[in-house]
Ligand binder design. Sequence first.
Ligand code: ADP
Ligand code: MG
Length: 693
Amino acid sequence: MDFLRIKNITKKYKINGDDYVILNNINYTFPSHGLVFIYGKSGSGKSTLLNLLLGIDEPSRGEICFRNHCLNNFTLEEKYSYYKNNISLLFQHYNLLENLSAFENVKLGCLFDEENIDENANKLFNKFNLNYLKSKEVKYLSGGEKQRIAFLRAIIKNPDILLADEPTGAIPRHTAIDLLDYLKEYSKEKLVIIVSHNHELLKEYADIILEINNGNIIEVLNNIDCKNPIKTINNQYIKTNSFKSLKSILFTRIKEDWIKNLLIILSTFFSYTFLILSVGFINGINITTNEDTKKTLLYNFAEISQETYQSVEASNLLLTKQVRPNKEILNSFLPTGVEIKENLSYFINPFSRVICQEEIVEDTLIYPYYLDNPFLIEYQKAHNIKLEGNSLFINDIFLQKLNLNQNEIIGKKINVSNDVDVFSKDYANNKTINDLASFNLEFIVAGVIEEFAFLNSPKIYYSYDYLYDYLSNCFLENHSAYFKRSYSCLDLLFNSDDASQFNMYSYWLNLNNISPEELNTIIDENDFKDGNLALTSEYLSIKESYSSLMNVFAKAFFIFTILSFVLVNIIIALTVLSSFLLKKKENAILLILGISYRDIFLLYFVQNLILIFLSLLVSFIFFKPIEILLNTIIFHFTKLNKMINVPFFSYFNLPLFLPVIMILVNLIVVFLSLILIFLIAKRISLKEELVDE
Ligand code: ADP
Ligand code: MG
C-alpha cells in the first residue's frame, strides 16, 4: 500500500482566458517517514503542492491518495478525520490565535482528544523546554517563540504527515536550526515534508530532496532507509465532540470584542427593557382604568333621569325631553341598597361662589358626598377624622389653586354662596309667586382627597345630609306669605312636578352595593314604556375617555416596541455577520486543525446566546429602577400613579409570553443568520484564508 501518492497531478490556473500550468502531470510516492525537502524558485508551485496534499485545493487533473484513498473522494467526515488524525500544516506565518495563551494554542491542535489533551500538551512543553511560554498570550511572543508554539500545535496530535511551508523563512538562523532539529527528530517515525526556496540549510537535514522546476518534479536525493517500518497509523475517526474544549476560544472572543459585544448587549437590553416596560404600561393602563379611576368620592354618586319622546305635528321628528323618573318605577327595578336622593343642584351649582381666604376659587365643581361612601370611610380611618355636618372635602387640584399645603388647609373655612330665583305657579288663581333664595354656607375643610387625576378640575365635596337640612330650614319669604305656612326650598322641590327645573329633571343616586358599571348595564338592558332611563356618572365618563385615550397610547407604544425589536434583530444579524467576517481566518485555522463546521457554528451560536442572555439579565436588573424613575416622572406631570406596572409576579400569565417569544425570535434570527453565513462560507476556499501573505 502506498503511503502518500501523487498520481498524474496537473494544476493550472486560468488567467484572462490563458491557461498557466503550475504543475504538469507529476507523479511521486512519499514514504511513511523521513524528512522530505522540496525546493524550487519562488512561484514554482511549492505551496500549491502542499495545498493539494492538505486537501484545501483541488488538482485540475489527477489525484492524491493517502493510503490508497483518494482525497478528492473524501466525504466531509473523512476530511475531518484526515485533519484530526493524519495531517498537520506548519504555517510560515504561524497562524496562531493571538489572544489565546501559548498553552491554549497548542491544545487547539488536538481538541478532540479531550481526556489526554492537557497531559499531552504538558509533555510537549516539557520535552521542548518551553514551559516558560505556556501562560503567555501569543501576541507577546517573538517570531521564534511563535514558530515553536506553532510547531507544538502541529505535532500534538502526532500526525502521520507534517507539512511545513517555508518554516525557516521568517526566523534567524539559529532558531531555524533548532526547529530543523525538532523536525528531523519527528521525521524518524513520521513523514515530514518541507518546502522552501532556500536549500542551503535544509540539504543537511533532508532524507529526500525534490526539486520543482517548470511544473515537473525531480528527485535529487533519496537516502531514506525504507526498512524502517511505520509504527502506527492514526486511522480511527475520533467522534468526540470538540465543542467543550472550545470554551477558551468562546470566552476570548467575548472578551476581545468587548466593545462590540457591549453594544449588542446594550441595544438588546434597550429593546428588552422597552418591551418589558411597554408590557408594564399596558398593564398599568388596565390597572389605573379599573382601580385608580375608582379613587373619587364620585364613585358611588350618579344621576338618573328619563328621556321621553314627543312627536312633532306633521313631522317625522321626535322631541327628546328629560324628566325626573317616577319614583315607584325606579324602586321597582333598582337593586336593593341603591338609595334615591333628591337632586339639590338647582340651589348649589357651578354658578355658586366658592370663597376661601377671602378669594373666589373659580371653576370649582361642587358635589355631595354620602356618609356611607366606602372611599370616605376608608379615608376617615386612615386620617383619623371625625366628621361634622359642615365637613368639606377638597380634591388636590382645588388645593393647588390655593397655594397652600395640605396641613395648612385642614380646618380652614370655605364659604359657598349662591342667589337663585325661584317661583311657583298657582294655576287655579293664575298667579306666579317669585322669591330670591340666598344661601351662604360655611364649611370647614376636613380633608384633601387625592383623586384619580385625569381631566380633573377643582372639586369640593359637601355632605348631602347637611345641605338637605339646610335647605329644609331655608324659608322663602313670599311663598310662606302666599301659602300661609313655612315654605322652604325643599318644599319647592317636593311640590314641583317631575319635569320641573327645580329637581333638575333627575334624581341623585347613592350606589351602595353596586358598581356604576353594573347599574349602567342593568339600565341599558331594561326597556321602560315611558321612555329610556339614563344614568349619568361622572366616574363612568372619566373612565371612558381615559381608557380610550390610553388605548391610543398603548397602540403607539406597541408599534414603537415592534420597531425597536425589529431593529435590534437587524443589529444582532449584522453583528453575527461582522463577528464571522472578523474571524474568517481564525475559523479556517480551526477547520484545518480538524474542528468541524458544526462546532464552529455552535461556537458562534453560544457566543450570541450568552450575549442575549446577558442583556436579558441586565434588563431584569434595571427595569425596576427604570420603572420607578419613569413612574415618578409621569406622576410629576400627570398625577397618575404607577402608570407603568410590570406584572412582575404574574410572569406566567400572558405578559411573560412576550419576552419569551422575543428571546426565541432573537435566537432564531441568530440561528438563521449563522446558517446563511455558513452556507455562503462553505464556498469560501480555505486556501485563500490560509495563504501566507
Ligand atoms: P511558491 O512556489 O512560491 O509557493 P505558489 O505555489 O504559491 O508558488 O504559486 C505558484 C504559481 O501559481 C505562482 O505563479 C502564483 O502566482 C500562481 N497562483 C497561485 N495561486 C493562484 C490563483 N489562485 N490564481 C492564479 N494564480 C495563482
Ligand atoms: Mg509559497
